[in-house]
Design a protein around this ligand. Sequence first.
Ligand SMILES: [Zn+2]
Length: 489
Amino acid sequence: MTWETIIGLEIHAQLRTESKIFCGCATRFGDEPNANTCPTCLGLPGALPVLNQRVVELGARAALALGLHVNHQSIFARKNYFYPDLPKGYQISQFDQPFSANGELEIMTAERDEAGHPIEWRPKKISITRLHLEEDAGKNVHEGLPDVDRYSYIDLNRAGVPLAEIVTEPDFRTSWEAYDYVNHVRRALQWVGASEADMEKGNLRCEANVSVRRVGDEKFGTKVELKNLNSVRFMQRAIEFEVARHIQVLEAGGRIAQETRLWDERAMETRVMRSKEEAHDYRYFPEPDLQPLIVSEQFVEELRQAMPELPEQRRKRFSEQYGLSYADASQLVSDRSLADYYEEAAKASGNPRATANWIRSELLRELEANGVSPADSPLRAKDLAALVRLIDEGKISGKQGKDVLVEMFKTGKSAEAIIEEQGLVQVTDTGEIDALIDGVIAANQDQLASYRSGKEALFGFFVGQVIKASKGKANPKVVNDRLRARLQG
Ligand SMILES: [Zn+2]
């Protein structure tokens, strides 16, 4: 390893408000273009911004979910640049006094093997430079209209939608660390309701600054900014591609140009979007139409008190309280509604480990195949718990349980109802099983004689015959126990 990879990340997360950051327009996704606009977000002269308090609350929740503190005072600033989707000619953002700064976040991360499986999970601390609040710009439309070959269209529905921008120090050394970090942030923001953090809908976007340097060098190499990373996986691939490209260019004696590049998923490569030889001068200055934002200690403290148990705390508690492995517990806290579902089912079933297995191996498959979230599962937590109990009690076998679960998911019926309907109940009654055994022995006297003279392999034959005679309903364990005793003679 002669090269070291250096990565810093910027995440823009849309805060989950009903209305925009500085006006009352709706933030709804998918409305008619320009339907959700007013003089303020159109940037008309004389219109004044008014800060949406809900943005402050959700911004603070986002900060707390990432273990960051909230600055008592922050200042909105104008970031000046020209672009058609920015009618004011500036974006209201924050600059030298952001909402939150100088934080540290611990994530769990692992490198992956060839098949993409995590090798060994370890904690890593990431320095968070800042989390600030800002408005989104609009969108230029180049597709889907008849004369887009001659014109560009502008949709300002998104202009003024509230964002939290979260910037890290260049602390990542591998693409998987970056991958695990973005997933950590996404889950934390979703968990506390600060953002939907859905990359496909564009309400979480991320950009990566990537460079390489020779191991031992103090100085960073020239960095390239990667954009158009529409999923965490694409980001990881784009970083890998870029690192390989840098090393190849440098080892051939070339130099890396400072530029912004886009990830092209189809070609599986990055392409130059624009050169960035000179740093932009945005001429930031304090927004004269907005007061400094003062956030009281009490406001933050009340939010802190109302915070749910966070994913990492919950993962640790699941392992300790329910004896779950790291992999089980991590998967169950990948989503808050799944964690809630698990905990409800585990308590009701009295068998937390079996419950975790049923959820991971059976329920999640059904949820995924049907595109349903755990909260909306037609198979409710208490019904899953009842199924786990019926299996533990030997009423049905684990194998029957799998079919019952699929049926429960399909119909929303209880396990008991399905077992009744399909006549699945296992026969565990010893009297009934003894009667079946007697019948089988009477019909197979030759085999009985062979068995008693030492041909023990015939035991399996007898088990099979008894199960068959019960039409598959006899509990195999009871059959085994009773049969062994009877065959001794
Ligand atoms: Zn508006």
